[in-house]
Design a binder for this molecule. Structure first.
Ligand code: 0CN
Ligand code: SF4
Length: 333
């Protein structure tokens, strides 16, 4: 039997925005009772969605599918103003689970567009977060993904532009695109270097270290999770074989041939219970020495929306912490 060790990434898994978003759906179910409608996947994780469905959440693709007057949660990835007004027209009781770090990018887009700048949004066309930001000023925002896109932009080089980014991009790839934009445009503003969030950045840094020290890196996350996919790419760029593992049933034992050290991490939307499942399966295959990477501890917490306050006491519930969220029992380490 193959034998070897596992290093569990630190930090990994749930970020503050994901904990808040899941907590919002759970609290809305407690407060209003089922069904609670959720526009799009609350976070990009199939296990989380399936668990919330069991409790009475109903996931829909569009606000138009929600019965008039019903409770509707907007996902962590944000929505365009068009979606907000369509929801208002239907009289929906909206509870917004947009991550505050995504909302910040919306506000920046509005400000720069109002100042007459063309906003160059670095991100992936079609991703919900990009769709939402784009909707803030569709005539003034252009999505760019690669350095090649920068070369192809049909804009004079002296156009007043502002650069914003999706929150879950690869830090190094984004730096290249931003560098190309700076090299080309003579009147360019940014609110900072980029809008990549602390959680994406920290998970990518941890994965780089894992990739340098291990033969193989496995990232727990669903296939539509942008930040999880970026973690796999980062691991590959730093010298390890790497795969996305939606859950332990997707582990391919062929990946383990000749491998003695595995790094395991999880995207910002992947619950610890799935990490636990993967580690248990790997242990059964001989990878039974588990250690925790020395990494930074995150203490970011976003407060819950005021409209989820207790109707009697007026108290706003506390945001669940990773290890006490019912969907993430933890314990893998
Ligand atoms: O996987 P997620 O739900 O979203 P993306 O990485 O695809 O953007 O993780 C939470 C991130 C947010 C917003
Ligand atoms: Fe917010 Fe970042 Fe988490 Fe997305 S990955 S929900 S932007 S903290």
């Amino acid at each position: 039997m193959t034998a070897g060790s596992i290093v569990l990434a630190q930090p990994r898994g749930f970020c503050a925005g994901v904990r808040r978003a899941i907590g919002i759906v759970e609290r809305a179910l407690d407060l209003y009772g089922a069904p609670v409608y959720v526009r799009k996947e609350i976070v990009h994780n199939h296990h989380i969605v399936a668990e919330l469905v069991k409790r009475g959440a109903v996931f829909v693709d569009s606000e138009e599918e929600v019965p008039e007057g019903a409770v509707c949660v907007f996902s962590a990835h944000g929505v365009s103003p068009g979606v907000r007004s369509a929801a208002a027209d239907r009289g929906l009781e909206v509870i917004d689970a947009t991550c505050p770090l995504v909302s910040k990018v919306h506000q920046e887009a509005v400000r720069f567009a109002r100042d007459g700048r063309t906003v160059l949004l670095v991100g992936h066309e079609g991703h919900e977060e990009v769709e939402g930001v784009l909707g803030e000023a569709p005539d003034r925002i252009v999505v760019v993904e690669t350095e090649e896109d920068v070369r192809r932009l049909a804009l004079p080089d002296d156009t007043p532009v502002a650069v914003l980014t999706q929150t879950t991009l690869s830090f190094d790839e984004t730096a290249k695109v931003v560098r190309a934009l700076r090299a080309r445009f003579t009147d360019l503003l940014t609110p900072g270097e980029d809008d990549i969030c602390y959680a994406s950045q920290n998970r990518q840094n941890a994965v780089k270290d894992l990739a340098r020290r291990n033969d193989l890196v496995l990232v727990v996350g669903s296939r539509n999770s942008s930040n999880s996919l970026r973690m796999v790419e980062v691991a590959r760029e730093h010298g390890a074989a790497a795969h996305l593992v939606p859950d332990e049933s997707h582990l391919d034992e062929a990946w383990l041939h000749g491998v003695s050290a595995i790094g395991v991490s999880a995207g910002a939307s992947a619950p610890e219970i799935l990490v636990h499942g993967l580690v248990t399966r790997l242990a059964a295959l001989g990878f039974d020495r588990v250690e925790l990477q020395r990494g930074i501890a995150e203490d970011v917490v976003f407060s819950m929306p005021g409209r989820l306050a207790d109707p009697v006491t007026g108290r706003v519930p506390r945001t669940p912490l990773a290890d006490e969220a019912p969907l993430s029992p933890g314990g893998a380490a």
